[in-house]
Design a binder for this molecule. Structure first.
Ligand SMILES: [Zn+2]
Length: 593
């Protein structure tokens, strides 16, 4: 790919950036020998095959084949372009990029995201000042303190206030010389329907900045101080804000989530603040939207194996719980449901009863299926009709359970609860499962690629694979390969191209490997290179020479075999075969003995 960011700047970033640090912010990694491993964020798996090498500064998944360096990871994971990945890391490690040498389109690409982050940061400071130092914010601050929130919590979450009126933020943008056209892209101002100018989206609201795991402000949520509607309002999706990949409070919760391997999921902003203020810091909140499979995947791969959903006891809360259970089962996340006493939400409950009482409720949390069964019984009753409805409602979730032992335990529980024969329920569940496997599965509908998405064809010509691996891991041998023109003998097109790419500028260090990775525009070639680099192999002069010898003699054997076959095809007048063999011979460019 053509990049106009100077190579010395890229090298500086490569040197400063640590791939383990960057990836572990997004994926939970464990040390395994020299490397780090975790659950692959790019395909569904239960045992980790996603490997990150800190010595080689490379990642590679042995399951689906994805791989590359730190830039390639960010491009794939965050869905950004190469210049954006460069900029993200440059900012992160305090490296100044000279914009002079970049093309206008690179500048534009980098600057849009950068500008949105910058604007949001300024607006955060503006809202904070309104809350803490302006007369307009007094009632909002009094409201927060009246609900029991401490100054520490308010500061920790950067809570602010959007003053009443239609053009406060607009005037702020004018003062800061931020154009309205740019500011509109943050979603903070909205064009008037008359198309004459803009107005502030958030007015007279308590403002919650939504930050990503690297603590950049990506959006805002606002809550009214009274009973007016809508109670909550969020930024629309923008170039830097993707709702199905954002959870409120994750930046503050992630360390504790990893430590406890458990995450509490609540619904509202105030619920989240109350959880953290009461020391339950492994808590995140959905942002007024329902939980998506993207959220569940993100949590499972990055932060926790177990989720505890805390819901209001009202029917809306229970319905939300019912809807999300399948998402957790799809990702093999243990899920428990905590239903608080009638009329309570986590916020009111914690302030009234404290964290010990909350943990008491949490201890009696029910597993997802038990919860489903109990609420179905509550809804439909145990009349004959009711029982039929219950089995009908539960056959799908029961069929969704992948663990057979768990499934049979739940089926027995249901049969005992209803007084219905176990085998009758089992029959219904089986039929459902079969029907469903004929149609489409939920995980194949989800946003991220599933098990079925395979990486590059990993089964490659074995000896050529070894040769390329050697060229990458033992740079001293590359000149021998070049002098003897050994790559001419390669048969696999991809491997030959990679070998030639190596010859064109042989990599001598891990920085050079990273440069090589970004010289190829072909994703599958890049993944192959990463998979070769990450192998742990030892090369000395002798083993290198031995491999080259093996390679050449195998090529010669094949050539002789081909010549023999051609001869016998000629003798037998088998024209069809002869044509095929001659074509194959053409492909083999072999020097005379
Ligand atoms: Zn994978």
């Amino acid at each position: 790919m053509t990049i106009h960011i100077p190579e010395d700047k890229l090298a500086e970033i490569r040197n400063a950036a640590d791939i383990v640090e960057i990836i572990s912010e997004r994926v939970a990694l464990k040390k395994a020998g020299k490397d780090h491993i975790g659950l692959c964020p790019f395909h569904s798996e239960k045992t980790p095959s996603f490997t990150v090498s800190s010595t080689k500064q490379i990642f590679h998944c042995f399951g689906c084949g994805v791989g590359g360096d730190v830039f390639n990871f960010l491009i794939k994971f965050d869905g950004i372009s190469f210049p954006e990945a460069v900029q993200t890391l440059a900012r992160r490690y305090g490296i100044q990029l000279p914009s002079r040498q970049m093309t206008p389109s690179e500048k534009k690409e980098i600057s849009e995201r950068e500008t949105l982050f910058d604007i949001n940061k300024k607006v955060l400071a503006y809202y904070r000042e309104q809350l803490l130092s302006r007369s307009g914010g007094k009632k909002a601050l009094a409201y927060l303190e009246g609900r029991g929130f401490t100054r520490e919590t308010i500061n920790r979450f950067g809570i602010g206030y959007a003053p009443d009126g239609w053009d406060n933020l607009l005037r702020f943008f004018k003062k800061e010389k931020i154009s309205e056209r740019l500011a509109e892209k943050t979603g903070l101002i909205v064009p008037r329907s008359s198309k004459t100018g803009y107005y502030d989206r958030f007015r007279n609201r308590i403002m919650f900045p939504i930050v990503d795991v690297t603590r950049q402000v990506i959006a805002f949520g606002g809550r009214v101080l009274d009973d007016s509607k809508p109670k909550y309002l969020n930024s629309p999706e923008t170039a830097i804000y993707n709702k199905s990949r954002s959870l409120y409070g994750l930046h503050a919760a992630k360390d504790k989530c990893r430590e406890n391997e458990t995450v509490y999921i609540v619904e509202g902003y105030f619920d989240l603040l109350a959880m953290h203020q009461h020391g339950i810091t492994n808590s995140v909140a959905t942002l007024g939207t329902s939980l998506t499979s993207g959220h569940v995947k993100m949590l499972r791969r990055g932060y926790a194996k177990k989720a505890r959903l805390v819901f209001d006891s009202d029917t809306a809360g229970i319905k939300a719980a019912l809807r999300s259970i399948g998402l957790f089962m799809d990702e093999s996340v243990d899920v428990e449901i905590i239903v608080l006493p009638a009329g309570e939400d986590p916020d009111s409950f914690l302030f009234a009863h404290g964290s010990d009482a909350f943990f008491g409720e949490a201890d009696s949390a029910r597993g997802a299926i038990e919860f489903l069964i109990d609420s179905a019984v509550k809804t439909h009753g145990l009349s004959m009709q009711g029982k039929i409805r219950i089995v009908d409602e539960l056959k799908q979730p029961l069929a969704d359970i992948r663990d057979r032992v768990a499934r049979s335990i739940y089926i027995r529980y249901l049969s005992e609860r209803l007084g219905v024969d176990e085998s009758a329920i089992l029959d219904r569940v089986r039929n459902t499962g079969e029907e469903r496997s004929k149609t489409v599965t939920r995980s194949s509908l989800s946003a991220m690629p599933s098990e079925s998405s395979q990486g590059p064809n990993l089964v490659k010509n074995r000896i050529e694979t070894r040769m390329v691996t050697m060229m990458l891991q033992a740079p001293d041998i590359v000149s021998t390969i070049e002098n003897q023109r050994i790559t001419d003998y390669f048969e696999d097109k991809d491997l030959k191209e990679i070998a030639e790419l190596i010859l064109s500028d042989p990599p001598k260090s891990r920085e050079d490997i990273s440069q090589l990775l970004n010289r190829t525009t072909d994703d599958s070639q890049r993944q192959l290179i990463a998979s070769f680099v990450i192998r742990d192999e030892c090369w000395d002069q002798k083993s290198c020479e031995k491999l080259i010898e093996q390679f050449l003699s195998s090529r010669k054997r094949r050539q002789h075999l081909l010549l023999d076959q051609i001869k016998s095809a000629e003798q037998n007048n088998n024209h069809e075969l002869l044509f095929k063999l001659l074509k194959e011979k053409q492909k083999q460019v072999v020097k005379p003995d």
